[in-house]
Ligand binder design. Structure first.
Ligand code: HEC
Length: 142
């Protein structure tokens, strides 16, 4: 009984991480284990943005800016993902916003970090709804 619960919980967590909403079908089990190049890149982007947020909140002396986003336009996405002109437009906006974050005055770091996160969310609303709740946790609210 207990093991069954743990398994269901694990499965549920994985579904939350990927783009698919519950019950949307998909091509079966392989999806849970084989992350695409783009999905892996996204995971590291999320992790880097999250540690940027923590360092910013701690008032760290030297901030390490998130870096791995450059491949956003090239990385291979999961099958069935619509990577077209619209995706490219979102990706270019996101990259431009990342560049302004790097050039920010220190007084603008928080608001520019939040603008990066809103660019994540904007693209996700069109392309990959699953992780939005998790991405929104990256906002710095006061
Ligand atoms: C230009 C569009 C776009 C932007 C900008 C974007 N994403 Fe994504 N994201 C996607 C797409 C498309 C996928 C699905 C990738 C796949 O399955 O191949 C994805 C997948 C993910 C995933 C799930 C990865 C997995 O394990 O399956 C997470 C988490 C994620 N993104 C977080 C973020 C965060 C955090 C940001 C901002 C720092 C961000 N994304 C910016 C389009 C975008």
């Amino acid at each position: 009984m207990k093991a069954h619960f743990v398994f269901t919980f694990l499965l549920f967590s994985i579904v939350l991480l990927s783009c698919k909403k519950e019950g949307s079908g998909g091509s079966g089990k392989a999806d849970l284990y084989e992350a695409s190049e783009l999905a892996l890149l996204m995971r590291s982007m999320a992790a880097e943005q999250d540690s940027f947020k923590s360092n910013l909140l701690r008032g760290a002396d030297s901030l390490v800016f998130p870096s791995s986003y450059i491949d956003l336009l090239e990385a291979k996405a999961s099958e069935g993902m619509h990577i077209g002109e619209e995706y490219k437009a979102f990706a270019n906006n996101f990259i431009a916003q990342m560049d302004s974050l790097k050039l920010s005055e220190s007084s603008d770091l928080v608001s520019n970090h939040n603008l990066v996160v809103s660019n994540c969310v904007a693209c996700h609303e069109m392309h990959c709804g699953g992780p939005i709740d998790r991405i929104e946790k990256l906002y710095i609210r006061n």
